[in-house]
Design a protein around this ligand. Structure first.
Ligand SMILES: [Zn+2]
Length: 294
């Protein structure tokens, strides 16, 4: 799960991301990284999906955008305990959801600045939870030319910011000498699943119905030829409660409907023999030895 400010979007000439919900309406807040971080959707989503994850003890990685995590946990300190489960793992997703590539903001970060951003984010999350942070997901899934080197020097073990086009579950691989990449699957346009990312975006934006989403995932799993290959199921902290294409926050009934769809997908996957829920850290603990160093 990417834990962000609601619908984080890059804006020209701004280092921090801006929540879509204020992007058009509250222009006076846009220069301020704190005021640009709206967490209404995350707040309303997490109340529903977290009890489900905890009830079922589903291993989950939270890639935290540090600013939003800090604001959220400051306001809701009870979540410090609720999130601190042995089967939850924490990674970093920028400090202010920076576009490290500069592709859309037109701003690139000198290496030292990027190092400080990621280092401060890691320190912040490690100060909130008694756990080491070893994973990274780049905001917008876009790294800079320096990101891998910075992650290595800060002691990150894995990254999950690269899309890989495939029709079957995949394998992590050494992205650099020390850094392991857990790619996110994207299916080819001409495949049975048509072009889909394993983000739940199409489901939560009502672009594909639940039956299609479930059958896509089942198709992917069915294509697996190796019992330790993996697929990640990806979503955003706010997406059960905010619809981007409709530019609106959802009402409780709709949020519950989204949660129901999510639980049906998880149940469908759970019912497949030999499917295990895991996280990169758990996967590495068991199987790191099979990976070949580059
Ligand atoms: Zn994000």
């Amino acid at each position: 799960m990417d834990f962000d400010r609601d619908a984080a979007f890059p804006m020209k000439e701004k280092k921090h991301a801006v929540s879509k919900s204020i992007q058009l309406k509250e222009v006076e807040k846009l220069d301020n990284p704190v005021k640009s971080a709206i967490l209404k959707g995350t707040q309303e989503s997490i109340e529903f999906f977290l009890p489900y994850l905890i009830d079922k003890k589903i291993p989950t990685t939270f890639y935290f955008e540090a600013r939003s995590a800090n604001i959220f946990l400051d306001k809701n300190p009870e979540y410090l305990k609720r999130l601190n489960q042995s089967y939850f793992e924490f990674g970093i997703h920028g400090y202010d959801h920076e576009d490290l590539s500069g592709l859309e903001t037109g701003l690139t970060f000198p290496e030292k600045d990027e190092y400080n951003i990621i280092s401060e984010a890691k320190k912040k999350i490690e100060s909130l939870f008694p756990k080491d942070v070893i994973g990274f997901r780049a905001p917008y899934m876009r790294k800079s030319v320096n990101t891998n080197k910075i992650l290595e020097s800060l002691g990150f073990v894995y990254d999950s910011s690269v899309y890989q086009e495939t029709i079957s579950p995949t394998f992590p691989y050494y992205e650099t000498r020390k850094l392991i990449e857990f790619p996110v699957i994207k299916t080819p346009k001409n495949s049975k699943m048509r072009g889909m990312y394993t983000y739940l975006w199409p489901l939560l934006e009502s672009k594909r119905n639940l039956e299609e989403i479930i059958s896509n995932y089942l198709e992917l799993v069915g294509n697996s030829k190796d019992e330790i290959s993996y697929i990640s199921v990806n979503f955003h902290s706010w997406h059960f409660a905010y619809n981007i294409s409709q530019e609106r926050y959802l009402i409780e009934r709709e949020i519950k409907e989204n949660l129901k769809s999510f639980t049906k997908l998880i149940t469908a996957l759970e019912n497949i023999e030999d499917v295990r829920f895991s996280t990169p850290e758990l996967w590495l603990k068991k199987h790191k030895k099979v990976l070949v160093k580059s």
